[in-house]
Design a protein around this ligand. Sequence first.
Ligand code: FEO
Length: 169
Amino acid sequence: MSNKVLEKALNEQLNAEFYSSYLYLSMSAYFSDIGLSGFANWMRVQAQEEQFHALKFYDYINERGGRVILSSIDSPQTEWESPLDCVKGVLEHEKKVTSLINNLVDLAITEKDHATNIFLQWFVTEQVEEEDSVNEVLNKLKLIDGKGNGMFILDKELALRVFTPPTTA
Ligand code: FEO
């Protein structure tokens, strides 16, 4: 990739996506531990989606003749106070990712790399969908206030989520 500033930034985002996957897998382990297997399934699917995102960056860097550099992934948080605390953490994290993507778009524009700007638009759209779907779960969780029957139903609903690679890839 001729633009080394962008190449470095894309590699950093590749690492950030793998970190997201690691964090969500850690959340999945937390939910398994407290007996919410549906929530655990949901976070495992989220972790798979993040790996998919990481590999999209991987392929794009290669496609542009850049060099993929894999760097160490930070240890994720392992404990949360409650399911609500954990799902709030997901939304917070997704908002952080959205700002990282927006910063990358800004950089692509500053660097006049139109192809990278177009590539990143997929992620801009994806972040709207990601924040929306986490918000939906968070709102339901707030509504049932962590109570028995509601938790049982929501857990069953989340057990049905499956990973389907996005068609726009
Ligand atoms: Fe890769 Fe959930 O953003």
